[in-house]
Design a protein around this ligand. Structure first.
Ligand code: SF4
Ligand code: SF4
Ligand code: SF4
Length: 256
């Protein structure tokens, strides 16, 4: 069963209850930043259009064909049957290809940690697999954020647009963008004015990103850099599992 989230820009009052619920649900320090980070899986942004403040959310779009998964050389990202795109820290080698490949600039890195991981929204997988809605949807007081089956959300989005055609733009963002996404957005203001790209995003990104990314490993797969990289990967994995590993003999000599 594929789930998703419908976000309705016209109903968002900018209260940030979704942000707070997300942070609480993931054990993060409460903050009101407007930028995604390793401590913010979703943010509420503000845009002033014609002297009116418009609020809109940013989070992982949970793409049907996720670029992050397609470029990851070790399969650390998975598109689950439930719709959530999940990240497996135990597999990650820290190459950060996912951050380059994501068309929505979502994955963030724990730059301040000695063993950094990639962080992003997990569609509250721990909740939705227990039959609960996502924390953000549960907290939203205006049904600007609604969790449900993707097909039902598409119907709901169409109903809202059809019931108030003078209010809404006749468009559901996420039906076709990036090959389709589990996060859907409807709006009463132009998507492009909020920074939602439409024209350039009518394609499956994985096929394009791979053409560029697949050449990269060949560049680094030589000599000491490769050997040190191999040591680093193994060491990272072992450390993540809290198993000590010896230093390589001459790491300084091998890294340029
Ligand atoms: S929005 Fe980015 S991080 Fe999220 S599933 Fe799509 S490609 Fe991956
Ligand atoms: S689905 Fe869960 S992890 Fe994603 S933004 Fe909402 S509360 Fe946060
Ligand atoms: S909780 Fe709902 S109304 Fe409040 S900022 Fe989030 S999406 Fe908007």
């Amino acid at each position: 069963m594929s789930y998703g989230i419908l976000f309705d820009v016209s109903r968002c009052i900018g209260c940030k209850a979704c942000m707070e619920a997300c942070q609480q649900s993931h054990g993060q320090a409460l903050n009101e930043s407007e930028n995604l980070s390793a401590n913010n899986f979703t943010v509420v942004k503000t845009k002033n259009l014609n002297d009116t403040e418009i609020y809109y959310r940013q989070l992982c779009m949970h793409c049907e064909k996720p670029s992050c998964a397609s470029v990851c050389p070790v399969g650390a990202f998975t598109k689950t049957p439930e719709g959530a795109v999940l990240y497996d820290a135990k597999k990650c080698i820290g190459c950060r290809y996912c951050m380059v490949a994501c068309p929505f600039d979502v994955p963030k890195y724990e730059w301040d940690k000695s063993l950094p991981l990639v962080k992003k929204c997990d569609m509250c997988y721990h909740r939705i697999t227990q039959g609960q809605p996502t924390a953000c949807a549960e907290a939203c007081p205006t049904e600007a954020t609604v969790f449900g089956k993707r097909d039902d959300l598409i119907k709901l989005a169409r109903e809202r647009i059809q019931n108030e055609p003078d209010k809404y733009k006749p468009y559901i963002y996420g039906l076709t963008e990036a090959g389709g996404t589990s996060i859907l957005v409807i709006s009463h203001v132009d998507f492009e004015e909020l920074g939602f790209k439409i024209k350039k995003y009518q394609q499956d990104f994985p096929q394009y990103t791979w053409q560029v990314m697949r050449e990269i490993p060949n560049v680094v797969a030589f000599g000491g850099v490769f050997l040190y990289g191999l040591w680093w990967i193994i060491n990272r994995r072992m450390t993540l599992q809290e198993i000590p590993l010896a230093e390589p003999k001459n790491p300084q000599k091998e890294v340029k």
